[in-house]
Write a protein that binds this ligand. Structure first.
Ligand code: AMP
Length: 253
């Protein structure tokens, strides 16, 4: 049975009866797809109790328009979470999480200003703050994040280590559509024509070409490139296709 929990106090009552090592946690912003489901399956394999959160976190959106149009369909998400056999779905509203109106935040000063952070000021402050809050509420032994958001995964691991939090951060590989496009909630926002073109991003990123060649090719195919960069033996990219921002990364061959 999947139980929806809306408030921190409700969760704390449930949490009291669970032991320290029981809980695996998968934070999401909803609009679920197979990428999320793969994290949930992994979590279910490793833990006696699986908790997912569905919370569209306003503080990580640097663009209010982007926050407004972010896809939301909780009833559909709940069906998928039930099918996946999730035990608890934490689905708070904004006020429950941000009673402080975001007066307190977790901020990282170096890596969070690179890659996506350079183009989305404040994005990782919002991400780290909400993940810290969610970790303090849920108190999981393990938490699961996708390599699709590789920079996020690294920053969360680093935060947990530097705040001496006793949570194992498990990274999971990118789930793709059959044409190579990395699954993302934002893919729903692509027009039919944009959706057809979108796999060019993944294919070009994986072509083994130089960074400047990749940028040129993407621009020729009408992508607006935020960045293409190499770090830790991987290639990272963020592009706009029309009004939709896509990110991806892959090992550098
Ligand atoms: P989101 O709902 O976009 O905030 O994502 C919630 C979690 O799912 C994050 O840890 C993401 O990295 C992960 N995720 C999103 N898309 C994928 C994907 N295509 N493959 C694997 N994990 C993903």
């Amino acid at each position: 049975m999947t139980e929806v929990v809306k408030s921190v106090s409700e969760w704390r009552k449930i949490r009291k009866n669970l032991s320290e090592n029981d809980i695996g946690f998968v934070p999401t912003m909803g609009a679920l797809h197979q990428g999320h489901i793969s994290l949930l399956q992994r979590c279910k394999n490793d833990n006696r109790v699986t908790v997912a959160s569905v919370f569209v976190n306003s503080t990580q959106f640097n663009d209010p328009e982007d926050f407004k149009k972010y896809p939301r369909d909780f009833e559909r998400d709940l069906k998928m979470l039930r099918q996946a056999g999730v035990d608890y779905v934490f689905h708070p509203d904004h006020e429950e999480i941000y009673a402080d109106e975001y007066r307190y935040m977790v901020s990282e000063k170096e890596f969070s200003t690179k890659l996506c952070g350079a183009y989305r000021p404040g994005h990782f402050d919002g991400v780290l703050t909400v993940v810290m809050k969610l970790f303090n509420i849920i108190r999981p032994a393990r938490a699961y994040f996708g390599e699709k958001d590789y920079q996020q995964l690294i920053l969360i691991r680093d935060m947990v280590s530097n705040f001496f939090m006793n949570i194992d951060i498990v990274g999971s590989s990118i789930i793709r559509e059959s044409d190579g496009l990395a699954m993302s909630s934002r893919n729903q926002l692509l027009s039919a024509e944009e959706r057809k073109k979108a796999p060019v991003f993944y294919k070009t990123l994986n072509s083994g070409k130089s960074v400047s060649e990749i940028i040129n090719e993407l621009e020729k195919s009408d992508f607006k490139v935020d960045y293409i960069e190499e770090h830790f033996g991987r290639i990272f990219g963020a592009v706009f296709l029309g009004k939709t921002r896509l990110i991806d990364n892959a090992p550098r061959n």
